[in-house]
Ligand binder design. Sequence first.
Ligand SMILES: [Zn+2]
Length: 246
Amino acid sequence: MGGTVDILMYHAIDDADGPTSIAPQVFADQMAALADSGLPVIGMDDVRHHLAHGTGRAVSITFDDGFQDFADRAVPVLERHGFGAMVYLVSGLVGGKENWAHCHTPPRRLMGWDTIRSLRKRGFDFGNHTCTHVNLAEHPLGEVEDQLDLAQNQIEAELGFRPQHMAPPYGASNAAVRALFADRFDTSVGVRLGVAREGDDRFDLPRLEMFYFTDIRRWRDELAGRGASYLAARRVARRVRQSLGV
Ligand SMILES: [Zn+2]
């Protein structure tokens, strides 16, 4: 008997176009609706236990990349509601700007270590999003190990702990890469659209792309347990787009 977890996926909280940006007001509305729902918000540290031994639904909030707007725009909202969050860091670019394939133009700023340390003291958690934001499914395993361990070492040196949670860039992994995750982490999350449940691969957990829930009524429906058909439709649309290569 296990519970389920809606693992929310965010990137930037800003007014730019594109699926990696959620407008600040939309984010505030999504978090207010989450608070209204009364669903428990748990940390990634507790996801494994909830899936195996919990009951009912829980929500976990994650941010990829570590943009500066997390500190500036997301944290005040999260703290108002008493919500924690996981931020997956690109360790080699901390304090710089995004510079990876398919990144936003103009490039967005990434938080620096001082900011991250102060957020850590306030209870936010940080995970591994590689050293330089590479697609791990497209590199030799030796390079994948380097990307994982460089990030682990750098984060440990700066923050004093070794991350237990991974998010591969672009959600990209394969069985061999996930075996390397299993040696190092408690969980890893992908970009497969869905609610995490018992029996899911702990090293490729599905998430909810919050760009699909900018219409607050849809988000309230999902929170109320009426989102399954919408999610199924989004999954079909995604598969069609992927098979068309767009
Ligand atoms: Zn990323």
